[in-house]
Design a protein around this ligand. Structure first.
Ligand code: GLC
Length: 752
């Protein structure tokens, strides 16, 4: 395909029609010029390829495919190579099924535990989300399949998602809600991006030129094409002008084609803008055709095994009192709860996969010849306790050495399309845990949930294993993990607060009348809980292992650097236990002197390493400008302040093992404009300001403080007066000391 030639041969009508799809899942064909129609479909953690009956909510059927762990679980792996491999596996499946683009990954930030689609998103931290998304995109696109990261941007809830407006200040927007997309675009060059349904500060994403052209393309260098979320297209003339190239789902819409043609003919829409749009879509189709491998095979059985192993890598061991886990084959074990038989392993909505094979933990354990009994304990699709089921489960627990309860959230509690209203698990599941723990102290809870839950029973459970929505292999993975065939190595990619009300977005979620004010600013997730020194149920980055790790010997390759240089940080980690295990070493940065309000620590590096018993490895991190910077609206860019920064290395955000300090020199000076209402503090912060008004400051503060013969008291009085003067304006002080207007304007002219 010669894109430029095809474009030059297309009529205006053909071009206008081409920027809308051919049907629910395909682009338009252009037989006359040899342009094929290509198919795209959901993701992100499996292939949801539909036949004639198409929908965007997982209602109609789709082909048999393997359901992998959802993003919430994958993020807990903290493993770039796992995400990269998943991307490759899905890319191979897409080649086998002639699918040109997979609609994912989802990398919206988890602002509230209540968001119905949290299971489909990675983290509350943009660095982690961006790194893992980039790995997935690189894996997928390495197989010739386009990724379509979504939903760009600030789509952090389901309530009124198609019409509401996310009201976010510029610093918060860039530092938290765009940052993961920015890192991903720069590190994986996605061929596409999906714009979201919602408005951002009153402008729909699908008509938002600042977002889709000025930021995404001009600032970040994105060179793919933008597709709407399904049904998110509004006025297509405005959309094309804003940078939205393809409207989906496609439909025959002659009046819209006519509108675009008229806009070009009237000059409202420059034709080269329409040409650019068509060229981007043609380039995507060409990219697919050039990399087409029809010989690829869909190997469901092999991919199922991959899904089991992926789930094992994502599991987070939250608690393990008395090392009750791993279990031994000699023990009598009770598996309790409906999820033990039929695990909840994926979410509802557009990501819903018609799974190849789902094996419950009970079936997997018994197939492995393990001494496991079962009692249902609760009905997954109901919420009220059933006394008879409880009674039988308690009896079963009494006869066991260890009671393992499989619990979490049912489909009806969280999904695309609506948000949760509480963090509570169903009453019948909490009742089961209480009842079992009261008869057997060796109670283990295994969780299947797409987002944080309240755990009123956390102290009664001896162990808690978080599997999230771990894909179709989660039942087999659970048995491997419980019996130690696999050693848990996941870490929480989101904080589990003790109660919903502790969450920083609580007072402003889901907003009112469709207006959602992100009033917590950058203090999302652990950034908030750490700043407030709040207790949480389990912190960001937390996850235990069946072995133990010791950290040591942190080294920085520089004691100081500018914001144009990079810093290399190394440390050693040793497996001091008796089992092979993996550890996620996390690196956090803190700005010790900041003119703006910054978090106590921010994740800026992580590495997952496997260590045999007694083995020690050196882990290395490279920190660039963004590791130290915050987003400064005054310059519409990331900005590093000069000063001391602390580098922390830990096994979780609240289990810091090593720390070191470094001095960073910022090479960018912020533009300052002084007026008569500037304060002495602001003016004296500059060398020129000290020259121009330092003497006034000294004279006035000395005069006002006065001399009373007592040197210490006078010095203290002077100090107090000078502190008070810092926030006094030049205008006010000039009135006290009789400065003239021209004296003031002279000083201001000099300063500016
Ligand atoms: C849905 C979702 C989006 C999905 C698309 C196609 O509404 O928001 O994630 O890829 O439509 O199903």
């Amino acid at each position: 395909m010669d894109v430029e030639h095809i474009l030059s041969q297309m009529t205006l009508e053909e071009k206008a029609a081409f920027c809308s799809g051919g049907d629910f899942w395909h682009t338009k064909a252009l037989e006359r010029l040899g342009v094929p129609s290509v198919m795209m479909c959901d993701g992100p953690h499996g292939l949801r390829k539909q036949g004639a009956e198409a929908d965007h909510l997982g209602i109609n059927d789709s082909i048999k495919a393997v359901c992998f762990p959802t993003a919430a679980a994958l993020a807990a792996s903290f493993d770039r190579s796992l995400l990269h491999t998943l991307g490759e596996v899905l890319g191979e499946e897409c080649q086998a099924e002639d699918v040109s683009m997979l609609l994912g990954p989802g990398l919206n930030i988890k602002r509230s535990p209540l968001c119905g689609r949290n299971f489909e998103y990675f983290s509350e931290d943009p660095y982690l989300a961006g790194q893992l998304a980039a790995a997935y995109v690189n894996g997928l696109q390495g197989k010739g399949i386009a990724a379509c990261p979504k939903h760009f941007a600030a789509n952090n809830q389901e309530t009124l998602r198609m019409s509401g407006s996310s009201e976010v200040d510029e610093r918060t927007l860039h530092e938290i809600y765009l940052s993961a997309f920015e890192d991903m675009v720069k590190e994986s060059a996605p061929r596409s991006m999906m714009c979201s349904y919602n408005q951002i500060n009153g402008v729909y994403a699908s008509e938002n030129r600042e977002l889709l052209t000025e930021i995404l393309r001009d600032q970040w260098g994105f060179d793919g094409f933008v597709v709407t979320d399904w049904g998110a297209g509004k006025d297509r003339v405005k959309g094309i002008a804003a940078g939205v190239d393809l409207e989906m789902p496609g439909r025959d819409n002659p009046e819209q084609v006519a509108k675009i043609v008229a806009a070009v003919q009237s000059g409202e829409l420059p034709e080269e803008q329409l040409d650019q749009t068509v060229s981007r879509i043609l380039t995507y189709i060409k990219g697919y055709m050039d990399g087409r491998r029809p010989e690829a095979q869909l190997d469901l059985e092999t991919d199922h095994i991959r899904s089991v192993h992926a789930s094992e890598e994502c599991a987070v061991l939250l608690k393990n009192a008395r090392d009750i886990l791993p279990l031994s084959k000699e023990q009598r074990v009770a598996f309790l709860g409906d999820f033990a038989r039929a695990p909840r392993y994926q979410g509802a909505g557009s990501s819903h996969i018609n799974s190849h094979k789902v094996v419950g933990a009970v079936e997997a354990a018994q197939a492995a010849g393990l001494n496991v009994t079962f009692a249902q304990g609760y009905l997954a699709q109901t919420s009220e306790p059933n006394p008879d089921l409880l009674e039988r489960a308690a009896e079963c627990a009494k006869r066991a050495d260890v009671a393992v309860i499989f619990a979490g959230l049912p489909d009806s509690y969280e999904s695309e399309g609506f948000d949760r209203t509480s963090m509570a698990m169903p009453a019948n599941q909490n009742a089961l845990i209480e009842a079992v723990a009261s008869v057997n102290p060796n109670t283990v809870v295994v969780l299947h949930n797409g987002s944080p839950v309240e755990m009123p029973w956390a102290d009664q459970a001896a162990a808690i294993l978080e599997l999230y929505l771990g894909g179709e292999g989660v039942g087999e993975a659970a048995v491997d993990l419980l019996y130690g065939t696999a050693n848990p190595s996941g870490k929480l990619a989101e904080t589990f607060p003790i109660k919903l009300e502790d969450n920083p977005s609580f007072l402003n979620f889901p907003g009112e009348d469709g207006i959602v004010e992100y009033r917590e600013g950058v203090f999302v997730g652990y950034r908030y809980y750490d700043k407030k020194k709040m207790a949480v149920r389990f912190p960001f980055g937390h996850g235990l292992s069946y072995t133990s790790f010791v950290y040591g010997d942190i080294q920085l390759d520089k004691a100081q650097l500018t914001d144009r240089e990079s810093l290399t940080v190394t440390c050693k980690v040793k497996n001091t236990g008796t089992r092979l295990g993996k550890e996620v070493i996390q690196l956090y940065v803190r700005d010790e002197q900041s003119r703006v309000n910054r978090p106590v620590r921010e994740l800026k590096g992580f590495e997952k390493v496997e260590l045999a018993p007694g083995e020690e490895k050196t882990v290395s991190f490279t920190l660039g400008k963004k590791a130290f910077a915050y987003y400064e609206p005054k310059i519409h860019d990331w900005f590093v302040e000069s000063g001391t920064f602390t580098i922390e290395i830990g096994s979780s955000s609240r289990d810091i093992r090593l720390a070191a300090q470094v001095t960073v020199e910022g090479t960018v000076t912020l533009p300052v404009h002084f007026t008569e209402f500037s304060t002495f503090g602001q003016i004296l912060a500059t060398p020129k300001g000290q020259t121009l008004i330092g003497h006034i400051f000294q004279k006035f503060s000395a005069g006002a403080a006065g001399q009373h013969g007592d040197i210490e008291a006078d010095a203290a009085g002077m100090q107090t007066m000078q502190s008070m003067m810092m926030d006094m304006t030049l205008d006010a002080v000039s009135k006290f000391i009789g400065m003239t207007d021209e004296q003031i304007s002279g000083i201001l002219a000099e300063l500016n």
